[in-house]
Design a protein around this ligand. Structure first.
Ligand SMILES: [Fe+2]
Length: 294
């Protein structure tokens, strides 16, 4: 089975392209690499693009970009995906930096764009704004969590790291504890997009930058039990939640244990179903604001 290796970008439709570009460049510290009439391509630094923004009628995340392992054959991958009864489409030069791609829809209607190689823009990291290391994960509200977990694990090769009760699943495709999170909801939509910062002092500086730009936190800082990351949450120009995090658990895949940390509850810490929802959500105590998970 060919498994996706890492998340590279998230693509959004936005009713206010300029305001979103402003947030991602001036506040988040991403670099605007490319812009045409249809789309803006923004990079955290390492990849050609990390966020794609397209003018549209609604604010929504409509696609995710995943890199496949080196040497993977897109033809073989197409057969594998179609073996699940899913239609695929091969695209050539459909976006900057990616020559050949295989695209298809996940079980909740988000487009999955897969490719083996991508050419970096060599933009480097910004010296202004928050300037994260990378895109870490994207979380979605889903109406059928079992079906969506089944798709990401059975079709794309993700593994479940932890569950919060029976309503919030954390899935990984590499050493990071989670790359896709799925939370049960009454409507399907993106819940938040998360960027990795370097450390706790980077989070402090990011909070000060957000304060300077009059962008309030909506939750945090917190220490999640699940994943053990320190996180803050704020909203971008479209009102979507952006998480900034550091110290996320790293997984030893062969042993299926997490690298030891003093913040762990068990030694070794392994994936499980967390029944203590308060501890799973925030070890430091403050619960999420009303409606945060909706
Ligand atoms: Fe998150």
């Amino acid at each position: 089975m060919i498994k996706v290796n890492r998340i590279v970008y998230a693509a959004f439709e936005t009713p206010d392209l300029n305001a979103q570009i402003d947030h991602y460049t001036k506040v988040m510290g991403l670099t605007l690499i490319d812009r045409d009439n249809d789309a803006a391509y923004l990079s955290t630094g390492a990849d050609h693009h990390t966020v794609v923004l397209r003018q549209g009628s609604t604010a929504r995340c409509d696609a995710l970009g995943f890199q496949l392992p080196p040497g993977a054959s897109l033809s073989d991958y197409a057969k594998q995906i179609e073996g699940h009864g899913i239609r695929t489409k091969r695209l050539s030069d459909s976006q900057p930096s990616i020559g050949e791609a295989l695209v298809f829809d996940d079980s909740k209607g988000t487009r999955v764009e897969t490719f083996v190689s991508t050419t970096p823009a060599n933009a480097g990291f910004q010296r202004a704004g928050i300037a994260p290391n990378k895109l870490g994960h994207v979380a979605f509200n889903v109406t059928d969590i079992e079906a969506t977990v089944g798709f990401y694990c059975g079709v794309l090769g993700f593994k479940v790291s932890d569950w919060m009760g029976d309503f919030f699943a954390f899935l990984r495709c590499g050493p990071d504890h989670h790359t896709i999170n799925l939370v049960s909801g009454t409507a399907g939509k993106m819940h938040h997009i998360a960027f990795e910062l370097r450390d706790w002092t980077h989070i402090r500086d990011a909070c000060d930058l957000l304060a300077r730009d009059r962008v309030p936190l909506v939750w945090g800082p917190v220490r999640h039990g699940i994943g053990h990351n320190i996180s803050t949450y704020h909203r971008n120009a479209d009102g979507q939640i952006i998480e900034l995090f550091c110290e996320l658990d790293r997984v030893n895949e062969e042993l299926e244990i997490y690298d030891p940390r003093p913040t762990h509850q068990e030694f070794p810490q392994k994936g499980k179903i967390w029944e203590d929802i308060g501890m799973a959500a925030n070890m430091w105590g403050t619960p999420p604001p009303e409606g945060f998970l909706d």
